[in-house]
Ligand binder design. Structure first.
Ligand SMILES: [Zn+2]
Length: 164
């Protein structure tokens, strides 16, 4: 079967595609994580906000994989992908996985790259001005060194996918 994907050409100077209900996505993530035995951690950011971090520990691990996404609130493909991966639960049997399903939960309701406080969190790891990044870095420092780290973004100006 041939399958062609028509590009809509909507995203001129910003993301104008479909948005996601990030709270719904994270609820689904939590449900799948509980169902399939992930360890679940809540990283406190503020009185109102936590970040989620999941950990999957297997019996005979050969590799340590880190996955994160949702750092830009106008890139819904990453959180959608992670939700589907969690629900399908088809992970390699010899890989321990650390997973941050959404690093910018306040940006998505605004469909905005930055957090609600206006910070591009992806650019904040050298400055640590945002509570989100401070919480994430404090958590990362407690984890082992990863063999592979994949930070999933969405590039809605580019066809296909690539490693950067
Ligand atoms: Zn991005």
């Amino acid at each position: 079967m041939s399958h062609s994907l028509q590009r809509l050409g909507k995203n001129k100077g910003g993301y104008f595609g479909e948005t996601i209900d990030i709270h719904r996505v994270l609820r689904d993530d939590l449900e799948a994580a509980r169902k399939f035995g992930w360890q679940i951690e809540e990283l406190p950011v503020s009185d109102q906000l936590d970040l989620l971090a999941f950990r999957r520990i297997v019996r005979t691990p050969r590799t340590k994989l880190y996955l994160s996404t949702g750092i830009h609130g106008d890139e819904p493909a990453g959180p959608e992908t992670v939700r589907q991966l969690l629900q399908e639960n088809r992970w390699p049997s010899d890989v321990n996985i650390w997973l941050c399903p959404c690093l910018n939960p306040t940006g998505f309701p605004l469909n905005r790259r930055e957090s609600a406080d206006g910070v591009d969190l992806n650019r904040d790891y050298r400055h640590l001005q945002s509570a989100e990044v401070r919480a994430h870095v404090a958590w990362l420092k407690k984890q082992p060194n990863f063999d592979l780290a994949l930070c999933l973004h969405e590039d809605w100006e580019s066809p296909g996918f690539y490693v950067y």
